[in-house]
Design a binder for this molecule. Sequence first.
Ligand code: 5GP
Ligand code: ZN
Length: 113
Amino acid sequence: MSDCLFCKIISGEIPSTKVYEDDLVYAFRDINPQTPVHVLVIPKKHFASIDEIDRAEDREIAACLRAVRLIARHENLEKGYRVISNCGPDACQSVPHLHFHILGGRKMSDQMA
Ligand code: 5GP
Ligand code: ZN
């Protein structure tokens, strides 16, 4: 997707602070962190959101979640972390490229929404 912000981050056209990469996944620090650790994990193939996950291969989905685990370990989040994927307008999704937020580094609210 040539006009997608996160596709441009994957290609390097827009700079980012990379924390992890493999053949299926790219992960980088959120530009506006909500917690001491705030990383975005995205599939390299473009899907707008979880709502389009029927188009994804199982290995692409699995690679994202395995990357979450690796990054959490690397970022020393042994006390816990939250994984969020906003999907669509009611969830306030602002970038239409599937992404998983990893939030951690402090105790979070017990309110989820
Ligand atoms: P959403 O609201 O779609 O769930 O999350 C999009 C996230 O992307 C937001 O947390 C926002 O701060 C982050 N973001 C938006 N533009 C950029 C950017 O250019 N670089 C980085 N690193 N993060 C971005
Ligand atoms: Zn994209």
